[in-house]
Design a protein around this ligand. Structure first.
Ligand SMILES: Cc1ncc(C[n+]2csc(CCOP(=O)(O)OP(=O)(O)O)c2C)c(N)n1
Ligand code: SF4
Ligand SMILES: [Mg+2]
Length: 364
């Protein structure tokens, strides 16, 4: 199959330069690579710029109501387990109003592929802060800066017992396609955090790793079975050490040649190391003070100015991209449908008429 088979005839309404364009193209490529025919794919979304995605994919689709994509997607997959079901959701859509559905689809391990478009802003409604905006973030709805701590999506996903978590970036097409294909191959609730730039209301929010020059130094692409190596010259690796005072494990940067460099095991059931990997570098997203120019820029100003590697120090941990966690567990849709089959198999009444015949009856 080709990517163009998954392209709809709708005019794409994302702003020019919006990161959602790239994820839309990556979805079309990934779906072609996966090879499930268009009529066996359903794409469900809530409301938001990113939630317009079902319009642009030539599959079945439902652009539902704000925050409720997870509930509808759960219903679609459970009643039609033969379908491949994707859910498209913004950081506001699935972490604010839809937070409840989001944590429960993860806890239940519904076999869905969920793309969380994290631009750290409400794009569609023109620039209010979201649950992933850093503390102190100045926006239309927080003119003096937010006073609250943001969510780190990975922490929420792993906390809810997530079986699959990947992170990717709008400007990295190969990693995005790989993550989307892996999400579909995973049987269970696959969460792909897509870091996207909202060029109009939060330009440069991911500049730390989106900038081509800086990316190799500030991010690592994790691949199952491969050594955790990064850097412009592939000269750095990740190792783990236990703090001698607190006994808390922590990741450290070592030379790539160091024998302590870790090999990534995405299939490890214990989430301890996955959590450390997923949270690397996330402190920069917690407060605007740690990400210098965020919250004081407008669309008229240029992108964020991030500290250089030298300013940050050589030992700064990179942000993890790629598939961080991918473990098998029973899915909700299988469990429900197996239970229905089991109960039906044992039931004396096989039809509705047989059922009513066994019950007390009145003539009115
Ligand atoms: C019940 C309800 N409340 C609020 C809204 C208004 N609303 C629409 S989209 C949105 C937030 C969009 O932000 P996000 O989910 O991050 O998506 P983005 O546009 O950034 O991709 C809000 C608050 C709505 N449509 N319905
Ligand atoms: S407002 Fe932001 S998120 Fe929405 S389409 Fe424009 S650039 Fe993209
Ligand atoms: Mg958003």
């Amino acid at each position: 199959m080709t990517a163009s088979e998954f392209k709809s005839d709708q005019y794409v309404r994302f702003c020019p330069g919006c990161g959602d364009h790239a994820i839309c193209m990556a979805l079309q490529k990934a779906m072609a690579q996966i090879g499930v025919p268009t009529h066996q794919v359903a794409v469900i979304s809530g409301i938001g710029c990113s939630s317009r995605m079902p319009h642009y994919l030539n599959t079945y689709g439902f652009n539902t109501i704000h925050g409720r994509g997870g509930a509808i997607a759960t219903g679609v997959k459970t009643s039609h387990p033969e379908l491949t079901v994707w859910q498209m959701s913004g950081d506001g859509d699935c972490l604010a109003i839809g937070g409840n559905h989001f944590i429960h689809e993860i806890r239940r391990n519904v076999d869905l592929n969920v793309c969380v478009f994290n631009n750290r802003i409400y794009g569609l409604t023109k620039g209010q802060y979201s649950p992933t905006s850093p503390k102190g973030f100045v926006s239309k709805s927080s003119p003096f800066g937010t006073v609250e701590r943001p969510f780190v999506p990975a922490q929420l996903v792993l906390g809810a017992g997530g079986t699959f978590f990947a992170r990717t970036l709008d400007v990295d097409m190969p990693t995005t396609v790989d993550c989307l294909v892996a999400a579909q191959q995973h049987k269970g609730c696959s969460i792909v955090e897509c870091l996207v730039n909202c060029v109009i209301f939060n330009n440069g929010t991911h500049a730390w790793i989106a900038d081509r020059e800086q990316r190799a130094e500030h991010s690592i692409i994790l691949k199952h079975g491969e050594k955790m190596i990064f850097g412009k010259n592939n000269d750095k690796g990740l190792a783990i050490e236990i703090d001698s005072q607190t006994f808390v494990p922590r990741l450290i940067v070592v030379p790539a040649s160091d024998p302590r460099v870790l090999v990534h095991d995405a299939h490890q059931q214990d989430p301890t190391l996955h959590r450390l990997l997923a949270l690397m570098g996330q402190e920069r997203n917690l407060e605007v003070n740690l990400s210098p120019s965020m919250g004081v820029k407008s669309s008229a100003q240029s992108d964020c100015q991030w500290p250089s590697v030298e300013q940050q120090g050589e030992g700064a941990l990179p942000i993890a991209l790629g598939v961080i966690r991918d473990v098998e567990e029973e899915t909700y849709n299988d469990a429900v449908n197996n239970q229905i089959a089991e109960v039906r198999g044992k039931a004396k009444a096989k039809t509705f008429d047989e059922l009513t015949a066994t019950l007390e009856q009145w003539t009115m």
